[in-house]
Ligand binder design. Sequence first.
Ligand SMILES: O=C(O)CCC(=O)C(=O)O
Length: 254
Amino acid sequence: MNGYEDSRLTLQRDGFVVLRQFLSPPELQELADLLDTYIRTTVPGLPDSSAFYHDRQRPETLKQMQHFQQAPTLTNYPLRPQWMEMATGLLGESAVSMGPEWFNKPPGVEHPTPPHQDNFYFKLSPPQVITAWLALDPTDEANGCLRYVPGSHQLGLRPHAATQVLGFSQGITDYRSDDADCEVAVALQPGDLAVHHGETIHLADANHSATRQRRAFAMVYRGVSAQLDGEAKQQHQDEVNRQHAGFGLQPRDA
Ligand SMILES: O=C(O)CCC(=O)C(=O)O
């Protein structure tokens, strides 16, 4: 745990921390190959709500994946010792994996990430939860890198309401210019890891580059002390299901 003490303090202060070259090039290549194989062989047969496309007729517009239930190598990936050690070190207590997700912003697709706080979705108390977002491509302001509002995790949850953005069901309703003035854009290289606290406000612009993808593999970990409010979570899930039905998505099997 000790190797993460400085990073844990940075995360505690700012609400996010960047671990450069967390994965070596061969480790990154292994993950990229696992994901490419999954996208090629499994994703075409998945229900709509496990793989979100901007336009399902255009596979290159795949923008988000969750529920890797048919791929144990990916579901179990966050449990690898290197990752569990990072999560335990940054949380300061034993960590539990809440599963991976894959995010993309395909070029030419207007797909911004609305300002939000993950724990508005997770419903954990205390909010001892982090998201570890691993860059698979170079990310910068041109292709929609993550943007954080430093210190926002110390001020509690802000009001959220439904958005029209598939994959980000809720966004902050009172996001103001003084929040925007504080934003820090985080440029990353492949293999770099950005880790944020579950109540840190974050967002991203759409990808305005001509040709570059902006892919990331993100893993969520909660501390053992974080308890789920099951009723609030169910209400949130019902709302997400209603939104998905509104988008015309077929529901995922339970
Ligand atoms: O990739 C993005 O644009 C957003 C990711 C995100 O919101 C998260 O990992 O919590």
